[in-house]
Design a protein around this ligand. Structure first.
Ligand code: MG
Length: 291
């Protein structure tokens, strides 16, 4: 190869690299990043080039509150123990604090048959699902639950309940402590679509918790999903769903199928399932999030 031809190929290769880099850069259109240099005197009076940078027009390390407002102050809640439920953060919507079911109704909007016992709420025979009176979209949701003792049943029949976001996207509740079932139906599964990353169940009779970060799906005018729901879930502090992009609805259609996405509004209730097992719940709160 001649040196002229070789250098020509290098120019082409560099141009191609530039195109690739340009494309990679173009994928990240937010935040808009700008950099510039200003000559400034340092403490010793020497003039130096100082690099400045802004993200979406706000200077890095900006201190003017008009340009970079301070984050809102939230007083954290207290953690729960096995003997006592904790409390919610100061900006949370408290759905159940162990006292009453005033924030809840039956699925049909009538008075629920669920009851409160020793600071926990639980279904009674044939009480059906319970739903929050308030409706919510994207949110951070904290729920504590306790599967029953003595243990009865196996597989899906043991300590089955569920936490339903927007009344339809289920994070499964099940007693999977030394109890196996199909992975996409076990505790912490996004029912029928995504098993949890690990099984972090405590023993039946022990209090457990889910901390869920949910972003609702978004639909266009034709009812087509244009942004899928995402779930991040911690089970007893262990990450079990890592910003998972839900591929469709997870209502039960039969042994081997679940629902597709069906367009719905921006908000829906939090619902808890009555699957015929006396699973107890306590300390339920949420914080609404931007989509
Ligand atoms: Mg269930």
């Amino acid at each position: 190869m001649t040196s002229k031809r070789f250098s020509g190929m290098c120019v082409l290769a560099l141009a191609a690299l530039g195109l690739v880099c340009g494309r990679a850069q173009a994928q990240f259109d937010s935040p808009v990043e700008k950099k510039w240099t200003v000559q400034e005197k340092d403490d010793k009076g020497e003039v130096k080039d100082v690099l400045y940078m802004s993200l979406d027009g706000v200077l890095v390390h900006e201190t003017d509150p008009a340009k970079a407002p301070q984050p809102r102050v939230v007083t954290p809640g207290t953690p729960s123990t096995q003997d006592q439920a904790g409390t919610a953060p100061s900006d949370a919507v408290v759905l159940f604090d162990g006292k009453d079911l005033s924030n809840w109704s039956a699925d049909d909007g009538k008075k629920t048959k669920w009851v409160v016992e020793d600071g926990a709420m639980l279904p009674t025979k044939d009480s059906g699902m319970i739903r929050s009176k308030g409706e919510y979209g994207s949110c951070q949701l904290h729920v504590e639950f306790q599967t029953p003792t003595p243990v009865e049943g196996e597989g899906q029949g043991r300590g089955n309940s569920g936490v339903f976001l927007m009344g339809q996207y289920e994070v499964q509740v099940l007693d999977n402590y030394e109890n196996t079932t199909y992975p996409d139906g076990q505790a912490g599964a996004l029912y029928g679509r995504k098993p949890p990353l690990v099984n972090a169940c405590r023993k039946p009779g022990e209090w457990q918790c889910y901390d869920i970060v949910f972003h609702r799906p978004v639909f266009d005018q034709d009812g087509k999903v244009v942004k899928r729901a995402t779930f991040t879930v911690f089970h007893n502090g262990v990450l079990i769903q890592d910003h998972y992009d839900l591929s469709g609805g997870n209502g039960w259609l039969g042994p081997h199928a679940v629902t597709d996405y069906v367009a719905h509004g921006d908000k829906g209730p939090i619902m808890l399932q009555d699957h015929g097992n006396p699973v107890r719940f306590r300390n339920i709160w949420l914080r609404e999030l931007a989509d």
